[in-house]
Ligand binder design. Structure first.
Ligand code: ADP
Ligand code: MG
Length: 327
């Protein structure tokens, strides 16, 4: 039970409408959902948990918490090359959480369901004396054999990244009162990029039969590249100057060059980082046109087990500041 609002009332009022487009969810009135996997497809499944005070702040808007929760998992589905389909939601709230909170949270979920084509099919609702805790399991479909792994990179592969890198990490700093030298307008832009990252749900499935490995940039560009390197048992050369930055991020680095380290190591962009052989270069051009997405080649996979970063003079660059401690 959940304080004044009963568990069943919450499910019926706020969550059941979100399951309407899938009859196998039985309006969330049965013990579990029953889902068909289309012929020739595999199901991709991923879970993420967000905890109040750890992954979001108590004062964050419920609709923004909903968007972040869903988008983090949508990004994982994209990184595997899959098309989003369904999700389960487990929610542990303080008893007495208001109906306004649930209403705004469900509206946030609905907006993203419409934008990204995913449907709620089940979950769990409990009360807790601890922080608000949200766990979401997302399911997607990918053609059999076409899922993209982190381990498929080949030596000599180009390293590509989608979109723009670094805005989200800068946005988190802006949201927590740092970046006092940045204009209010630019801070607002950066914060929106942190609050509402746009997962590459259209790009991921299009990459699935053209690239050798992929990951989404959630922990940080270099950290996530290292995951590909580790599983693929390779290393990488990265050209700093080729990393795609927004106009605002560029202006931050021009003013305070140290912030390049945050761009290299900060997280939360939810772009796709992937590797592919040379034949992908022409495909990249047509995907950019078709999906209106930036695709930028930032380096190459190499046959040693380390990542080396080069500046515009061709000199090796070493990250001085770990984003979490220095900015
Ligand atoms: P059980 O007691 O069998 O766990 P519940 O009463 O917890 O069943 O859940 C009843 C139905 O409501 C189930 O279909 C479950 O998937 C769904 N459900 C419960 N909580 C949520 C939620 N937060 N989001 C979506 N579906 C939910
Ligand atoms: Mg239950």
């Amino acid at each position: 039970m959940n304080g004044k609002l009963g568990e069943f009332e919450i499910i019926k009022t706020y969550f059941s409408p979100l399951s309407r487009s899938e009859k196998g969810a039985f309006n969330l009135t049965d013990d579990a959902a029953v889902i068909e996997i289309p012929d020739g497809f595999s199901m991709v499944v991923t879970t993420d948990t967000l905890v109040e005070g750890v992954h979001f702040l108590s004062e964050d808007l419920p609709e923004n918490i909903a968007a972040k929760l869903l988008r983090v998992s949508l990004s994982d589905l994209a990184a595997m090359g899959s098309i989003p389909a369904y999700y389960n939601l487990s929610i542990a709230t303080k008893s007495g959480t208001s109906s306004d909170w649930f209403k705004a949270f469900a509206e946030g979920l609905l907006a993203d369901q419409m934008q990204f084509g995913i449907t709620l099919i089940g979950g769990d609702t409990v009360a807790t004396s601890g922080p608000l805790t949200l766990s979401l399991t997302a399911m997607g479909f990918v053609k059999k054999g076409n899922a993209i792994s982190r381990g498929g990179a080949k030596s000599g592969d180009d390293i590509w990244v989608s979109g723009l890198i670094g805005d989200a990490a800068l946005g988190l700093r802006a949201a927590t009162g740092k970046l006092s030298f940045v204009s209010e307008k630019n801070k607002k832009y950066l914060i929106s990029r942190y609050t509402k990252p746009v997962p590459q749900t259209l790009l991921g499935p299009k990459l699935s039969n053209h690239v050798n490995s992929a990951i989404d940039v959630s922990d940080g560009l270099i950290g996530d590249l290292d995951h590909i390197c580790e599983v693929s048992k390779l290393g990488a050369d990265i050209q700093i100057d080729d990393i795609p930055l927004s106009r605002v991020a560029k202006s931050v680095v021009t003013e305070k060059p140290d912030y390049i380290d945050l761009i290299l190591s900060g997280g939360d962009d939810f772009e796709l980082l992937f590797t592919a052989d040379e034949s992908f270069r022409v495909i990249a051009k047509s995907l950019t046109k078709m999906l209106d997405v930036n695709l930028t080649k930032i380096g190459a996979m190499v046959d040693r087990r380390s990542i080396e970063i080069f500046d515009k003079n061709g000199d090796k660059y070493f990250i001085q500041n770990n984003g979490y401690t220095h900015f």
